[in-house]
Structures are given as structure tokens and as C-alpha cells.
Design a protein. Structure first.
Length: 560
């Protein structure tokens, strides 16, 4: 008996000589082939050109022989596609085969076969799964080079020259259409503010997006500590950090392993984008992109974001757009990460990386329409849409961070007095990679009581109650000081401000002219006392990019 969810459940209605008997809609069949999660996602994007066309049927099949086959079948089944067993793909009798994998077995198909790029051009050497050698990513297997029905889709004429230089006969059946994915990203710049709000990036914060291709020479493979180091090095109130990892990382190691490896960075507030949605919208929302020789870095450059290159592998192909980007984008060194990010953002010149992007993307704004025209021509049909609506120009999926992404609950707080002004910065402590404070600054660990890492809570100088948390005893400050003997003070939000109770009995109320987190509010009297200053009174406090008015006043026990 066939188990539920198996590809075989659509087999009877879509294969064999009597498949026509079971169909409600009639028309040519497009067979979409997938082999990896990446190729499945890419072919799904391209199929948008047929969306709403009552004349075209789409059937899927999945080749599970790749080392990165995990996740692909689940993606297609989750979308409730008509997925049939791989061994019966020829029995679909398609009119067109569409795939974004160059490694699928394309033998014995009589109809046109279109191979889409699953990245940008031929920019990387990757291991050949059938030999011990490497091959050029994106180029179909040699036995199909002479196939007269196989067509390649390219994003730029420079890729034609690569094929010619390599003496690959497919050059005669290669079509330069541009890049619909790039066009969608550009279109979505109008929704940038919405995407930033979805990611909970404040208007005055900067979003830094890390992106990594797969393999040991990519960013995450060659510098695995970088996500945690970056989250720990950037002030929490000034920056958010997101990470986009190639699906081959997720589905070679497993989603559990990815989250396990990035646990410290996630606990410190890293926004980890899931492999199936949101990466493009997060890229649109970015203020800075830190990447490698993968395609997402180039997409960031196409959006004219400031770019830092953190890894450049020997697998990168010379003369390509990715290689050109290394000539114009500065490298992220191992020194002060904050200083490098601020320098590239504040010193960015529009168009700085245009030489690289112009080598990657031809026909800007026309990629979807040109792909539509090609596919319908191969089906010997007229497109069902006007040139202004090719089906691919729709808003990107919203940037939903991975469910393992957490809110930082432990902070290394730096307080520095400069005359009458107190500057406060906090850095997530879970990464254990926070920077040294500036000379003369008061440094302390401030942790919310709900922090799961017991060592951080018990070593904190200030323990805070999560805002809005109402469970527990009425006299929480006294109980908290008993529970955490290492704490110098405890703090909790009230309707009036933040109540800070010091060991020894002093009780203070800290008020700001706007909402400020208890970890920052408690830092005002803590820093002033440690610096030998009187905390009672009115103060000018700089928190991140803002100057806030603050007052500290004494409380009696009956006030609490």
C-alpha cells in the first residue's frame, strides 16, 4: 500500500496512455524537475510565468540522488503539487521540461528541455558527484551537450562567452533573458519599510545581513565564528544582524545542526532566515551585506547596498561577476568588526559595485517577460499575459525569521560619562564575543531573569524582570536579591518607570522620556554609583543614536 504523502498518489492521473481520461483541464503539460531544495525553489519561481493560464498543466517529479536531496520533496509536497515518481517521469509525455538543476537525467525526452540557472551564471567550481573532479556549476552533464532539444537560460552575454571559451556546444541553444529574481528584488524596494518592520528593525537601526554559499570556502565554512562575533560586536540598540545560508548548508547538515551550530548567535538575537522563504525580502531590508562568492552577495550589490566580502574561495571562477565584485567591494578583515561595518556604510558611494552587477545582469527589468516569451515559444503558444505582467513580478514572501531566532536576554553594558552626558551601549553576551569597553567606561553584565543560561544569570551584576512579566511573588526585588547573591542590583518595570533596588536597601525609580529597556534604565544609577557620582537627579543619557532625558529619584518601601 502506498503511504500517504508519497509521490505515487498522483501517478495514475498523470502517467501512462490513459492519463487524458482523468483530466478536467486539457492542454500541454509542463514537467518541472527538481533534484535539490535549491533547484525546487528556483523552478517554482519560474513557473510563475504560467500562473493563472487555464491552458497549461504543470506536473512535478523529483530525483532524490543528490547529496542535497533533503527538503526538496517535502517542499513540493507541502505545496500540494502533482508530484509523480521519478522512474515514471517519461510517462507524463510532457510538451516542455523545465528544471533548475543541470544534473538531472534528461535523456529520452523528445520535447524541449529548459535548464534555468539556480544562481547567477557559472561562477563556482563544485564537486562532480560522479567523479573525484570538480565541474563548473550550472553547466549540464557532458552527455547532454549535443542534445538538440536542450536549452540554457542565462542572465548575461558574458556567460555565452564562458561557454564558447570552454567549447561547450550548448552555446548555440543558450538564451540571455536577464534575471527575474534580480528584477523582483529591485521592485520590492518600495516595500523595504514593511520588511524592516516585519524583522522588528527600528527606523534608526541598521540591518546587517550575512550571506554564505555552501562548502568549506564559503563565509560560514571558512569563518564559522563570524555570525556570533558580529552580533556581539555591534551595539544591540543600533543594529540587527540577519543570516541567509545557502539551502545546501541546511540540507546537508540538517536544520537542527544549523541551529545547533549557531546557538550562541541565535540566543544573542541573530535573525536566521529559513531556507524556504524571506531571504529576498531580508536582503531588500538590509543596510549592509557581508558575503562571499555566492549569488546572494551579488544580489545585494545589485540593490546598491554597501558590501563587505568576508570570504573568497579558490572555487570562485576568474573573470565572472563574482570575481569582479572582489575588485570593488572591501574585504572584511579580522579586526574591529564594528569599525569596518560603520566605515563601509557611511562611506558607501552609489554605484560602487556596478561594474560587477553589469557583468551579471543583462536586460534589467525584462527578465520575467523574456523568460515568458521563451517558454511559450517552445510550447508553440502565445503568452496569456501582456508584456507588463509576466507573472514573476510579485512581492517577495515576507521575511519571517527562523523559529529558533531568539530575543537577546543578557547584555554586556558599557556606560561612559563624558561631562554631564552618560552614554550607554549594550552588547549581547550569549556570543561571549563582546568588545572591550572604551577607556574610563563602567562595564557590567545585565541579564533578564528568564535567560536560560544559568551561568549568565548567576554572574550578573544586575538582574532584571522581563517587562510585562507579572508572575511570582509581590515582593520580587527582595526575593530576587536573595535568589541571586552575586547581583549588585535588581530591576523591574513599573507603570511609572523602572524600579532599581540595590543590595543594601537603596530603592530608586528611573524615568525616561520614552520607553527604555530595564537593562538600560538600571544602567543609569549603576554606572553613576560605580563612577562615584550621585545618581539622584536629572541626567542626559545617550542610548544608541538617541539622547534621552532621564530622572532618578528615591523610592520608599511603600512606593513599590
Amino acid at each position: 500500500m502506498t503511504p500517504p504523502g508519497s509521490a505515487a498518489r498522483y501517478e495514475r492521473a498523470n502517467t501512462g496512455p490513459d492519463a487524458e481520461r482523468w483530466r478536467t483541464w486539457k492542454g500541454p503539460v509542463v514537467l518541472a524537475l527538481a533534484r535539490t531544495f535549491t533547484s525546487a525553489a528556483r523552478v517554482l519561481e519560474a513557473l510563475a510565468v504560467f500562473r493563472g493560464d487555464l491552458r497549461v498543466l504543470v506536473v512535478f517529479s523529483f530525483d532524490g540522488t543528490s547529496a542535497f536531496n533533503a527538503g526538496a520533496e517535502e517542499l513540493l509536497e507541502g505545496l500540494e503539487t502533482a508530484l509523480i515518481p521519478w522512474e515514471r517521469r517519461l510517462e507524463v509525455h510532457p510538451h516542455l521540461v523545465l528544471t533548475a538543476t543541470e544534473n538531472a537525467d534528461m535523456a529520452d525526452f523528445a520535447c524541449p528541455i529548459v535548464v534555468l540557472p539556480h544562481g547567477i551564471g557559472f561562477q563556482k567550481y563544485v564537486p562532480d558527484h560522479r567523479t573525484s573532479r570538480v565541474r563548473l556549476s550550472g553547466v549540464p552533464r557532458p552527455e547532454f551537450h549535443e542534445a538538440g532539444n536542450l536549452h540554457l537560460v542565462l542572465s548575461h552575454p558574458a556567460q555565452l562567452e564562458q561557454l564558447r571559451a570552454a567549447r561547450i556546444p550548448l552555446v548555440d541553444r543558450a538564451h540571455v533573458v536577464g534575471d527575474p529574481a534580480r528584477d523582483r528584488l529591485i521592485d520590492d524596494l518600495r516595500l523595504r519599510d514593511r520588511y524592516r518592520a516585519d524583522l522588528k528593525v527600528e527606523p534608526d537601526q541598521r540591518l546587517v545581513v550575512l550571506t554564505s554559499t555552501w562548502g568549506p570556502e564559503g563565509l560560514i565554512g571558512s569563518r564559522p565564528e563570524l555570525p556570533g562575533a558580529l552580533v556581539g560586536s555591534l551595539p544591540h540598540d543600533d543594529y540587527r544582524v540577519a543570516a541567509i545560508l545557502h539551502p545546501n548548508i541546511w540540507f546537508a547538515h540538517s536544520p537542527w545542526q544549523v541551529r545547533h551550530m549557531l546557538a550562541d548567535a541565535l540566543d544573542a538575537g541573530l535573525l536566521l532566515m529559513p531556507p524556504d522563504r524571506g531571504w529576498g525580502a531580508a536582503l531588500v531590508a538590509a543596510d549592509c551585506v557581508i558575503g562571499d562568492h555566492g549569488s546572494v552577495t551579488l544580489y545585494g550589490a545589485a540593490l546598491d547596498h554597501p558590501v563587505l566580502v568576508a570570504a573568497r574561495g579558490s572555487e570562485s571562477v576568474p573573470g565572472t561577476a563574482a570575481s569582479a565584485l572582489f575588485e570593488t567591494a572591501p574585504r572584511l578583515e579580522t579586526g574591529d568588526l564594528r569599525e569596518q561595518v560603520e566605515r563601509v556604510v557611511e562611506g558607501h558611494l552609489p554605484g560602487r559595485n556596478s561594474a560587477a552587477t553589469e557583468l551579471a545582469f543583462a536586460h534589467p527589468g525584462e527578465g520575467g517577460w523574456r523568460l515568458t516569451a521563451l517558454l511559450y515559444r517552445l510550447l508553440d503558444m502565445e503568452p496569456h499575459r501582456s508584456r507588463g505582467d509576466d507573472g514573476t513580478r510579485r512581492a517577495l514572501p515576507p521575511p519571517v525569521p527562523d523559529e529558533a531566532s531568539a530575543t537577546a536576554l543578557a547584555f554586556d553594558v558599557h556606560g561612559l560619562l563624558d561631562g554631564a552626558e552618560l552614554s550607554l551601549e549594550r552588547f549581547p553576551s550569549a556570543t561571549r564575543r563582546t568588545p572591550s569597553p572604551p577607556a574610563g567606561a563602567v562595564r557590567h553584565l545585565s541579564v533578564y531573569e528568564t535567560e536560560t543560561r544559568h551561568a549568565l544569570v548567576h554572574s550578573a551584576s544586575v538582574v532584571c524582570r522581563v517587562p510585562g512579566e507579572h508572575v511570582g511573588p509581590a515582593h520580587w526585588p527582595e526575593r530576587a536579591l536573595e535568589r541571586y547573591p552575586g547581583a549588585y542590583a535588581v530591576a523591574q518595570g513599573t507603570g511609572e518607570g523602572t524600579e532599581v533596588v540595590f543590595r543594601g536597601g537603596d530603592r530608586l525609580l528611573v524615568r525616561f522620556d520614552s520607553d527604555v529597556a530595564p537593562t538600560l534604565s538600571a544602567a543609569v544609577p549603576y554606572t553613576l554609583l560605580r563612577a562615584g557620582r550621585e545618581p539622584i537627579g536629572h541626567h542626559k543619557v545617550r542610548v544608541g543614536p538617541h539622547r534621552r532625558a532621564c530622572s532618578v529619584e528615591p523610592l520608599t518601601r511603600t512606593d513599590s
